[in-house]
Design a binder for this molecule. Structure first.
Ligand code: ASP
Length: 312
């Protein structure tokens, strides 16, 4: 008998407004979300591993300029793109992460290599890239990641000395961090998260997306979580591990635990954003305190959903 499996992905949370969203952008984003979730799901269907499914789903979003991860990443205050990513596999709670890489096409694949091929969990900057080139990742020029829209966004933010997740001028141009969580037929939970960070961030700044416990968590028998939002606050709140702890110690269900964190403690300290989560039975939860989060899932019955706004 086929055991339950499911997958959920996100492409970032933010203050999206229906009337400002251009139809063609919306369609293109939905198309990417669909390709991503289908690719991950097809791995799970063939009895593949949850982490491989999550990484493949994220890789597809990294390759699209529609998201703030891989190609299309945002610029820091020195006009450089620096990317962060992390993965976790729930079986033995193994994890890998990288921060501040500049020349790696798919940061999420490098994070998985850190998990599988190094003795460490988190590598940063030049050290992470040296490790990457030793493990067959190609050197990619910064030009590949560059998009005019992100460059213009940096100039706009710099002029106003802004460092925010979303601002009125760009509501219709929200480009988000990406992530995926999956349950495979072997009962493994896994999570993967990747980002370019926040426009006009200080050079050297590290996001929650690189940090196990804040942006990414997976524990077999419990839950896998990937987050998106203002990293500084997600780090302080240790959002992903807080959801996992609530489920483990308080025996809360996935929705109660996620909503308690996102709508409660996190919001009360100014944390805007959301998360995706899957529990050990394959139940999926999307939780956000923003007006939208690009998201998609295929549940244990094979139902596909793709959504943008919180009230979709
Ligand atoms: N969490 C990311 C960061 O702080 C941003 C996002 O999720 O959009 O870099």
């Amino acid at each position: 008998m086929v055991k339950p499996f499911s997958i959920a992905i996100h492409g970032g949370a933010g203050a999206f407004q229906r009337k400002q969203m251009k139809k063609e952008i919306e369609l293109s984003i939905k198309k990417d979300l669909e390709s991503s979730v289908l690719a991950g799901h097809s791995i799970l269907k063939k009895s593949g591993d949850a982490l491989d499914a999550a990484v493949e789903a994220v890789r597809i979003l990294e390759d699209s300029p529609n998201f703030n991860a891989g190609r299309g990443s945002v610029f820091n205050n020195k006009e450089i793109i620096e990317m962060d990513a992390s993965v976790m596999h729930g079986k033995k709670m193994t994890a890998g992460a990288i921060a501040g890489v500049r020349h790696i096409k798919n940061p999420i694949m490098l994070a998985r290599d850190v998990m599988k091929k190094s003795k460490h969990v988190l590598l940063v900057g030049e050290g992470a890239e040296e490790f990457a080139f030793e493990h067959n990742h190609q050197y990619i020029k910064q030009d590949y990641f560059y998009t005019t829209i992100q460059y213009n966004r940096l100039i706009y933010m710099k002029k106003r000395d802004l460092f925010e997740l979303s601002d009125p001028e760009y509501l219709n141009n929200k480009y988000g961090t990406v992530g995926a969580v999956a349950l495979d037929q072997q009962g493994n939970l896994a999570s993967a998260t990747s980002t370019g960070g926040i426009t006009n961030k200080r050079y050297g700044r590290v996001s929650d997306s690189a940090l196990i416990g804040s942006g990414t968590v997976a524990e077999n028998g419990n839950v896998a979580v990937s987050t998106t939002g203002i990293g500084e606050i997600f780090i302080r709140k240790m959002v992903a591990s807080d959801v996992a702890a609530r489920m483990r110690y308080l025996e809360e269900d996935i929705i109660t635990a996620s909503e308690s964190v996102i709508q409660g403690d996190l919001k009360s300290i100014g944390g805007e954003g959301g998360l995706i989560a899957i529990d050990a039975y394959g139940n999926i939860c999307f939780s956000m305190n923003t007006s939208g989060m690009y998201r998609a899932s295929i549940d244990i019955n094979g139902n596909l959903i793709i959504k943008i706004y919180s009230d979709d």
